[in-house]
Ligand binder design. Structure first.
Ligand code: PHE
Length: 463
C-alpha cells in the first residue's frame, strides 16, 4: 500500500498520465494553427520528423533520468553531478512559472464550455466577446480559481488515487471526442452567398497537402523553428515534468515502448485536432480564416460553431469539454512536478505541500487573470509581438528557458554523465532499446547544436 502511493500501477497508467501531460491546448489549438500557417503537409512532415528524433531524445532522457534517480529535477540533476544542481533549479522554475497562468487558460476554456452548455452560441460568435470576457475583473478570476482548485484536489489525492485515476478516464474519452468531432467536420459542406461551395474533405486535403509554393530558405527555417518550439511545449519535455513522472515508474516497465506510445498519443491527437479545426474553419471562412492565429480557439472557432447551426452548439460544447480534459491533465502534471520537488527539498508530506502550494497559486492565478484588466500593461517581446503578463510568463518559459535547459541537459548527459547513464536505464527492464544508436548521436551532437541556435534565435540575439 505504502509502496503503491509512490508509483504508477504499471505501464498503461504511466503512459496515460504522461500522455495527459503532453496532450494539452498545444495540441488542440497551437498545432492546427501552426500547420495552417506553415504550409500544411510541409509542417506535418517537418514536425513528425522532429518528433522521432528530437522529441524522442528529450523524452527518453527525462523519463530515464527520473526513473534512474527516483527523484525530481533538482534532486535528479544534483545526484547525477552535484555541481549541476543549478540545472535542476532552472528546470524547476519552468513549471513554477507555467503554473501561474495555466489555470487561467483552463478557466477561459471552462467558461466557453459553460457558454455552449447554456446555448449562447451566437453571443460567443460576436466580435469582441472574448475580449469583453477576459478584460472583466470578476468572472475570469472565478473560473481560474475553480480550475486551480480542482487541479490541486487531484494532486492532493496522490499518484495512483488522483493523477492516474483521472488520466485513465479522461484520456480515452478525449481521444474518442477528437475522433468524433474530426469525422463530423469531414462531412461539413457550406455554400456562401456568392454560390461557392466548400467541403470538409477539401479542407482536409488542404491540411495534409505539402505546400511548397513560395518556399525560401528563410521560410523553411521559420517553419523549422516553429515546429521545434511546438515540440517542446507539446511533449512537456525540458521542464522537469517528465523527470517527475519517470521517477514514479516501476523498474519492470518497458521504457522504450512507453516513450513510443507517448509520442504516438501526443502526435495522434495533434494530427486529429488539425483534422477537426482546419476543415471546419476552411468550410466557413476559407483559407483566410486560418490567419486568426492565437485567436483561433476563442474567436474563429466560435464563429464556425455559430455557422453550423444547431449542431454547432453541441459540437462547440464537445470541443470545449475535450479542451478541458486536455488542459486539466496537463495542469495536474505541472502542479505535481512542483509538489514533488518541494517535497524533496523541504521533506514535507504531500498533503501539506499541496495545501501550501494551492494557496500560493490561487493567489498567482488571480493576479494573472487580472492581467488583462486591473494589472494591464504592454511589453514588446524579443520576437516582435506585444504581450501582457500571461504572454511574458509564457515567452520566458517556452522560448528562453526550455531551449537553454535542453542545451545544458544534453551537454550533461552527452559529455559529462555520458549517454550510457540513460541507455542502461532504458535497458534495465530487459527490453531492447532499439533507437540506441540514434539516441547517442542526437544527445551528443545534434541536440546541443540545434538548441544553441534556437536559444540565440528566440532570445533575439541572432536577429
Ligand atoms: N504539453 C502541453 C500541451 O501540449 C502543454 C504543457 C506545457 C503542459 C507545460 C504541461 C506543462 O499543450
Amino acid at each position: 500500500m505504502v509502496k503503491n502511493e509512490n508509483s504508477f500501477s504499471g505501464q498503461i497508467g504511466f503512459v496515460l498520465a504522461a500522455a495527459g501531460s503532453a496532450v494539452g491546448v498545444g495540441n488542440l489549438w497551437r498545432f492546427p494553427y501552426l500547420a495552417a500557417k506553415d504550409g500544411g503537409g510541409l509542417f506535418l512532415l517537418v514536425y513528425f520528423g522532429l518528433v522521432v528524433t528530437f522529441g524522442f531524445s528529450l523524452l527518453t532522457s527525462d523519463i530515464a533520468i527520473g526513473r534512474r534517480t527516483g527523484k525530481s529535477a533538482i534532486g535528479a540533476y544534483g545526484q547525477m553531478r552535484p555541481k549541476w544542481r543549478f540545472l535542476g533549479i532552472l528546470t524547476f522554475l519552468v513549471p513554477v512559472l507555467i503554473m501561474t497562468y495555466y489555470a487561467v487558460i483552463g478557466g477561459w476554456i471552462t467558461r466557453y464550455a459553460v457558454v455552449y452548455l447554456t446555448g449562447q452560441t451566437n453571443a460567443a460568435a460576436q466580435d469582441g466577446y472574448f475580449t469583453a470576457f477576459i478584460t472583466s475583473s470578476l468572472s475570469p478570476v472565478i473560473y481560474a480559481l475553480v480550475f486551480m482548485a480542482v487541479t490541486a484536489l487531484i494532486v492532493y489525492k496522490g499518484i495512483q488515487g488522483g493523477i492516474e485515476r483521472v488520466s485513465r478516464y479522461l484520456m480515452p474519452a478525449l481521444l474518442l471526442l477528437v475522433i468524433f468531432i474530426a469525422l463530423y467536420c469531414l462531412t461539413l459542406r457550406h455554400t456562401d452567398p456568392a454560390g461557392q461551395t466548400q467541403t470538409g474533405i477539401a479542407g482536409f486535403l488542404y491540411y495534409i497537402t505539402p505546400h511548397f509554393e513560395g518556399l525560401t530558405v528563410g521560410r523553411f527555417l521559420q517553419i523549422l523553428s516553429d515546429a521545434m518550439s511546438q515540440l517542446f511545449f507539446s511533449l512537456s519535455v525540458s521542464m522537469g515534468i517528465m523527470i517527475t513522472y519517470g521517477s514514479y515508474v516501476k523498474p519492470e516497465v518497458n521504457l522504450s515502448r512507453s516513450v513510443s506510445q507517448i509520442e504516438f498519443f501526443d502526435s495522434g491527437v495533434a494530427l486529429l485536432a488539425g483534422g477537426m479545426i482546419i476543415p471546419a474553419v476552411f468550410v466557413f471562412s476559407g483559407t483566410e480564416g486560418m490567419d486568426a492565429g492565437p485567436g483561433l480557439m476563442f474567436a474563429a472557432l466560435p464563429k464556425v460553431f455559430a455557422e453550423m447551426g444547431k449542431a454547432g452548439t453541441v459540437i462547440g460544447f464537445l470541443f470545449f469539454v475535450t479542451a478541458i480534459f486536455a488542459t486539466l491533465t496537463s495542469c495536474i502534471s505541472v502542479l505535481e512536478s512542483i509538489t514533488a520537488n518541494c517535497m524533496e527539498i523541504f521533506h514535507t508530506g504531500r498533503k501539506k505541500t499541496v495545501l501550501i502550494l494551492s494557496g500560493i497559486y490561487l493567489a498567482a492565478s488571480a493576479v494573472i487573470a487580472l492581467g488583462y484588466s486591473v494589472f494591464y500593461f504592454e511589453v514588446r517581446l524579443p520576437n516582435g509581438s506585444v504581450g501582457q503578463l500571461l504572454d511574458i510568463a509564457d515567452y520566458v518559459s517556452n522560448n528562453v528557458m526550455m531551449p537553454l535547459i535542453a542545451l545544458l541537459s544534453s551537454i550533461l548527459i552527452g559529455w559529462i554523465a555520458k549517454p550510457d547513464f540513460v541507455i542502461e536505464e532504458m535497458e534495465r527492464s530487459g527490453h531492447p532499446f532499439r533507437r540506441k544508436g540514434l539516441y547517442r548521436v542526437m544527445i551528443r551532437y545534434i541536440v546541443p547544436v540545434m538548441m544553441f541556435i534556437l536559444f540565440l534565435q528566440s532570445t533575439g540575439i541572432l536577429s
